[in-house]
Design a protein around this ligand. Structure first.
Ligand code: UDP
Length: 248
Protein backbone atom coordinates (compact mmCIF):
# COMPACT_ATOMS: atom_id res chain seq x y z
CA UNK A 1 0.00 0.00 0.00
CA UNK A 2 1.06 3.55 -0.57
CA UNK A 3 2.54 5.17 2.51
CA UNK A 4 0.44 8.32 2.65
CA UNK A 5 2.62 10.01 5.24
CA UNK A 6 5.51 9.91 2.79
CA UNK A 7 3.93 10.34 -0.55
CA UNK A 8 1.09 12.83 -0.17
CA UNK A 9 1.67 16.33 -1.45
CA UNK A 10 -0.31 19.23 -0.01
CA UNK A 11 -1.67 21.52 -2.71
CA UNK A 12 -3.84 24.27 -1.25
CA UNK A 13 -4.94 21.96 1.55
CA UNK A 14 -5.74 19.00 -0.73
CA UNK A 15 -3.59 15.89 -0.44
CA UNK A 16 -2.39 14.43 -3.72
CA UNK A 17 -0.64 11.04 -3.87
CA UNK A 18 2.71 11.02 -5.58
CA UNK A 19 1.83 8.15 -7.91
CA UNK A 20 2.33 7.32 -11.55
CA UNK A 21 -0.12 5.19 -13.56
CA UNK A 22 1.53 1.86 -12.68
CA UNK A 23 1.52 2.65 -8.96
CA UNK A 24 -2.12 3.74 -9.08
CA UNK A 25 -3.03 0.48 -10.84
CA UNK A 26 -1.07 -1.54 -8.28
CA UNK A 27 -2.89 0.25 -5.43
CA UNK A 28 -6.28 -0.52 -6.97
CA UNK A 29 -5.37 -4.14 -7.66
CA UNK A 30 -4.30 -4.62 -4.06
CA UNK A 31 -7.49 -2.97 -2.78
CA UNK A 32 -9.55 -5.38 -4.87
CA UNK A 33 -7.53 -8.42 -3.87
CA UNK A 34 -7.82 -7.53 -0.20
CA UNK A 35 -11.49 -6.46 -0.53
CA UNK A 36 -10.81 -2.99 0.81
CA UNK A 37 -13.59 -0.57 -0.20
CA UNK A 38 -11.78 2.37 -1.75
CA UNK A 39 -12.50 5.82 -3.09
CA UNK A 40 -10.18 6.94 -5.87
CA UNK A 41 -10.25 10.58 -6.97
CA UNK A 42 -8.49 11.82 -10.08
CA UNK A 43 -7.80 15.34 -8.92
CA UNK A 44 -7.57 18.37 -11.18
CA UNK A 45 -7.06 22.07 -10.52
CA UNK A 46 -10.78 22.81 -10.79
CA UNK A 47 -11.76 20.55 -7.90
CA UNK A 48 -8.91 21.82 -5.72
CA UNK A 49 -10.05 25.37 -6.44
CA UNK A 50 -13.66 24.44 -5.57
CA UNK A 51 -12.41 22.90 -2.33
CA UNK A 52 -11.06 26.30 -1.29
CA UNK A 53 -14.65 27.47 -0.85
CA UNK A 54 -16.14 24.12 0.08
CA UNK A 55 -14.44 22.71 3.15
CA UNK A 56 -16.64 19.61 3.07
CA UNK A 57 -15.26 18.86 -0.38
CA UNK A 58 -11.74 19.32 0.95
CA UNK A 59 -12.53 16.76 3.67
CA UNK A 60 -13.92 14.33 1.10
CA UNK A 61 -10.76 14.68 -1.00
CA UNK A 62 -8.45 14.20 1.96
CA UNK A 63 -10.37 11.18 3.23
CA UNK A 64 -10.14 9.40 -0.14
CA UNK A 65 -8.05 6.25 -0.46
CA UNK A 66 -6.02 7.53 -3.39
CA UNK A 67 -5.85 10.94 -5.07
CA UNK A 68 -4.13 10.81 -8.43
CA UNK A 69 -2.85 13.86 -10.33
CA UNK A 70 -5.40 14.12 -13.15
CA UNK A 71 -4.61 17.51 -14.62
CA UNK A 72 -1.47 19.23 -15.78
CA UNK A 73 -2.36 22.02 -13.32
CA UNK A 74 -1.72 19.60 -10.45
CA UNK A 75 1.61 18.44 -11.94
CA UNK A 76 2.63 22.08 -12.42
CA UNK A 77 1.56 23.04 -8.88
CA UNK A 78 3.52 20.15 -7.35
CA UNK A 79 6.63 21.26 -9.24
CA UNK A 80 6.19 24.83 -7.98
CA UNK A 81 6.08 23.46 -4.43
CA UNK A 82 9.20 21.34 -4.92
CA UNK A 83 7.70 17.92 -5.68
CA UNK A 84 7.93 15.80 -8.79
CA UNK A 85 4.84 14.13 -10.17
CA UNK A 86 5.99 11.89 -12.97
CA UNK A 87 2.85 11.95 -15.07
CA UNK A 88 -0.87 12.64 -15.13
CA UNK A 89 -3.07 9.75 -14.02
CA UNK A 90 -6.42 10.62 -15.59
CA UNK A 91 -9.84 9.07 -15.08
CA UNK A 92 -10.23 8.04 -18.69
CA UNK A 93 -6.79 6.38 -18.81
CA UNK A 94 -7.47 4.55 -15.52
CA UNK A 95 -10.81 3.38 -16.91
CA UNK A 96 -9.14 1.96 -19.98
CA UNK A 97 -6.22 0.33 -18.16
CA UNK A 98 -8.46 -1.20 -15.50
CA UNK A 99 -10.84 -2.67 -18.07
CA UNK A 100 -7.85 -4.28 -19.77
CA UNK A 101 -6.66 -5.73 -16.43
CA UNK A 102 -10.18 -6.77 -15.40
CA UNK A 103 -10.40 -9.35 -18.19
CA UNK A 104 -7.42 -11.32 -16.89
CA UNK A 105 -8.46 -10.90 -13.27
CA UNK A 106 -12.14 -11.65 -13.74
CA UNK A 107 -13.22 -8.41 -12.06
CA UNK A 108 -16.82 -7.32 -12.59
CA UNK A 109 -17.40 -3.68 -13.42
CA UNK A 110 -20.42 -1.41 -13.00
CA UNK A 111 -20.71 1.84 -14.95
CA UNK A 112 -22.94 4.53 -13.44
CA UNK A 113 -23.34 7.96 -14.95
CA UNK A 114 -23.97 10.16 -18.00
CA UNK A 115 -27.23 10.51 -19.93
CA UNK A 116 -29.53 7.48 -20.37
CA UNK A 117 -27.97 4.83 -22.63
CA UNK A 118 -24.46 6.33 -22.65
CA UNK A 119 -22.93 4.15 -19.91
CA UNK A 120 -24.35 1.08 -21.67
CA UNK A 121 -22.93 2.25 -25.00
CA UNK A 122 -19.54 2.89 -23.38
CA UNK A 123 -19.60 -0.55 -21.74
CA UNK A 124 -20.39 -2.17 -25.09
CA UNK A 125 -17.46 -0.36 -26.74
CA UNK A 126 -15.17 -1.54 -23.93
CA UNK A 127 -16.43 -5.09 -24.35
CA UNK A 128 -15.57 -4.87 -28.07
CA UNK A 129 -12.10 -3.65 -27.18
CA UNK A 130 -11.61 -6.09 -24.30
CA UNK A 131 -13.51 -9.30 -25.11
CA UNK A 132 -14.43 -11.20 -21.98
CA UNK A 133 -14.86 -8.05 -19.90
CA UNK A 134 -17.40 -8.79 -17.18
CA UNK A 135 -19.93 -5.97 -17.11
CA UNK A 136 -21.90 -6.23 -13.88
CA UNK A 137 -24.28 -3.53 -15.00
CA UNK A 138 -24.80 0.04 -16.17
CA UNK A 139 -27.02 2.93 -15.17
CA UNK A 140 -27.48 6.56 -16.10
CA UNK A 141 -26.50 9.44 -13.85
CA UNK A 142 -29.80 11.29 -13.85
CA UNK A 143 -31.65 9.43 -11.09
CA UNK A 144 -33.49 11.47 -8.45
CA UNK A 145 -32.15 11.96 -4.96
CA UNK A 146 -34.88 9.73 -3.56
CA UNK A 147 -33.83 6.97 -5.98
CA UNK A 148 -30.23 6.87 -4.75
CA UNK A 149 -30.89 4.11 -2.19
CA UNK A 150 -32.43 1.87 -4.85
CA UNK A 151 -29.51 2.54 -7.20
CA UNK A 152 -27.06 1.53 -4.46
CA UNK A 153 -29.08 -1.59 -3.61
CA UNK A 154 -28.99 -2.62 -7.28
CA UNK A 155 -25.22 -2.17 -7.48
CA UNK A 156 -24.63 -3.91 -4.15
CA UNK A 157 -26.64 -6.93 -5.28
CA UNK A 158 -24.35 -7.30 -8.30
CA UNK A 159 -21.21 -6.94 -6.12
CA UNK A 160 -18.87 -5.44 -8.70
CA UNK A 161 -15.20 -5.14 -7.84
CA UNK A 162 -15.03 -1.77 -9.59
CA UNK A 163 -17.65 0.97 -9.81
CA UNK A 164 -16.91 3.74 -12.28
CA UNK A 165 -18.91 6.90 -11.59
CA UNK A 166 -19.42 9.39 -14.37
CA UNK A 167 -21.53 12.00 -12.62
CA UNK A 168 -19.02 14.85 -12.97
CA UNK A 169 -16.96 16.28 -10.14
CA UNK A 170 -17.68 16.93 -7.33
CA UNK A 171 -21.10 15.21 -7.53
CA UNK A 172 -19.48 11.78 -8.04
CA UNK A 173 -17.11 12.37 -5.11
CA UNK A 174 -19.95 13.19 -2.73
CA UNK A 175 -21.90 10.20 -4.03
CA UNK A 176 -18.99 7.84 -3.35
CA UNK A 177 -18.36 9.35 0.07
CA UNK A 178 -22.01 8.84 1.06
CA UNK A 179 -22.26 5.31 -0.28
CA UNK A 180 -18.88 3.61 -0.03
CA UNK A 181 -19.88 1.99 3.27
CA UNK A 182 -22.84 0.27 1.61
CA UNK A 183 -20.80 -1.14 -1.26
CA UNK A 184 -18.68 -3.33 0.96
CA UNK A 185 -15.97 -4.42 -1.45
CA UNK A 186 -16.01 -2.04 -4.38
CA UNK A 187 -13.28 0.26 -5.56
CA UNK A 188 -15.13 3.41 -6.62
CA UNK A 189 -13.57 5.77 -9.12
CA UNK A 190 -14.98 9.08 -10.36
CA UNK A 191 -14.29 9.43 -14.07
CA UNK A 192 -16.27 12.60 -14.94
CA UNK A 193 -17.27 12.81 -18.59
CA UNK A 194 -15.29 9.70 -19.65
CA UNK A 195 -18.35 7.61 -20.59
CA UNK A 196 -19.31 10.26 -23.18
CA UNK A 197 -15.85 9.94 -24.72
CA UNK A 198 -15.72 6.13 -24.62
CA UNK A 199 -19.24 5.92 -26.08
CA UNK A 200 -18.11 8.20 -28.92
CA UNK A 201 -20.47 11.08 -28.05
CA UNK A 202 -17.57 13.43 -27.29
CA UNK A 203 -14.02 13.43 -28.54
CA UNK A 204 -10.96 13.39 -26.36
CA UNK A 205 -8.25 15.87 -27.36
CA UNK A 206 -5.93 14.71 -30.15
CA UNK A 207 -2.64 13.14 -28.97
CA UNK A 208 -0.73 16.29 -29.93
CA UNK A 209 -2.75 18.39 -27.45
CA UNK A 210 -2.34 15.71 -24.76
CA UNK A 211 1.41 15.45 -25.32
CA UNK A 212 1.81 19.24 -25.20
CA UNK A 213 -0.21 19.29 -21.94
CA UNK A 214 -2.89 21.35 -23.67
CA UNK A 215 -5.86 19.04 -23.18
CA UNK A 216 -7.58 21.82 -21.18
CA UNK A 217 -7.20 24.18 -24.17
CA UNK A 218 -8.77 21.63 -26.52
CA UNK A 219 -11.76 21.22 -24.21
CA UNK A 220 -12.12 24.99 -24.06
CA UNK A 221 -12.03 25.24 -27.87
CA UNK A 222 -14.67 22.56 -28.45
CA UNK A 223 -16.82 23.52 -25.46
CA UNK A 224 -16.48 27.32 -25.10
CA UNK A 225 -19.19 27.22 -22.42
CA UNK A 226 -16.53 25.69 -20.15
CA UNK A 227 -14.87 29.13 -20.08
CA UNK A 228 -16.49 30.03 -16.77
CA UNK A 229 -15.37 26.75 -15.18
CA UNK A 230 -11.87 27.16 -16.53
CA UNK A 231 -11.52 30.58 -14.94
CA UNK A 232 -10.66 28.45 -11.93
CA UNK A 233 -7.33 27.58 -13.57
CA UNK A 234 -5.58 31.00 -13.40
CA UNK A 235 -7.08 31.51 -9.94
CA UNK A 236 -5.75 28.14 -8.84
CA UNK A 237 -2.31 29.02 -10.27
CA UNK A 238 -2.27 32.32 -8.37
CA UNK A 239 -3.12 30.61 -5.06
CA UNK A 240 -0.39 28.01 -5.67
CA UNK A 241 2.17 30.74 -6.24
CA UNK A 242 1.01 32.38 -3.00
CA UNK A 243 1.45 29.03 -1.21
CA UNK A 244 4.93 28.82 -2.69
CA UNK A 245 6.00 32.38 -1.84
CA UNK A 246 4.64 32.96 1.58
CA UNK A 247 3.06 29.80 2.86
CA UNK A 248 -0.65 29.49 2.25
N1 UDP B 1 -23.74 13.87 -15.28
C1 UDP B 1 -24.55 12.90 -14.70
N2 UDP B 1 -25.46 13.28 -13.78
C2 UDP B 1 -25.62 14.58 -13.40
C3 UDP B 1 -24.78 15.56 -13.98
C4 UDP B 1 -23.85 15.16 -14.93
O1 UDP B 1 -24.42 11.72 -15.00
O2 UDP B 1 -26.48 14.85 -12.58
C5 UDP B 1 -22.75 13.45 -16.28
C6 UDP B 1 -22.81 14.17 -17.61
O3 UDP B 1 -23.81 13.60 -18.43
C7 UDP B 1 -21.40 13.94 -18.13
C8 UDP B 1 -20.57 13.96 -16.85
O4 UDP B 1 -21.49 13.75 -15.78
O5 UDP B 1 -21.29 12.68 -18.72
C9 UDP B 1 -19.84 15.27 -16.59
O6 UDP B 1 -18.94 15.48 -17.61
P1 UDP B 1 -17.86 16.66 -17.49
O7 UDP B 1 -16.97 16.52 -18.67
O8 UDP B 1 -18.52 17.97 -17.24
O9 UDP B 1 -17.14 16.21 -16.14
P2 UDP B 1 -15.68 16.44 -15.64
O10 UDP B 1 -14.88 15.34 -16.29
O11 UDP B 1 -15.25 17.81 -16.08
O12 UDP B 1 -15.84 16.27 -14.16
Amino acid sequence: MIDKTKSRIDILGCQIDQVNMEEALAFIEKSIEESIPSHIITVNAEIVYQAQKDKQLQEVINAASLNTPDGIGIVWAARQLGFLLEERVTGIDLLDRLCSKAVAKGWRIFFLGAAPGIAEQAARKLLDKYPGLLIAGTGDGYFKEEEEKAVIAEIKALSPQILFLGLGAPKQEYFIRRNLKYLDKAVCIGVGGSFDVVAGIKKRAPKLFINLNLEWLYRLLVEPTRFKRQLALPRFAWLVLKQKWRGY
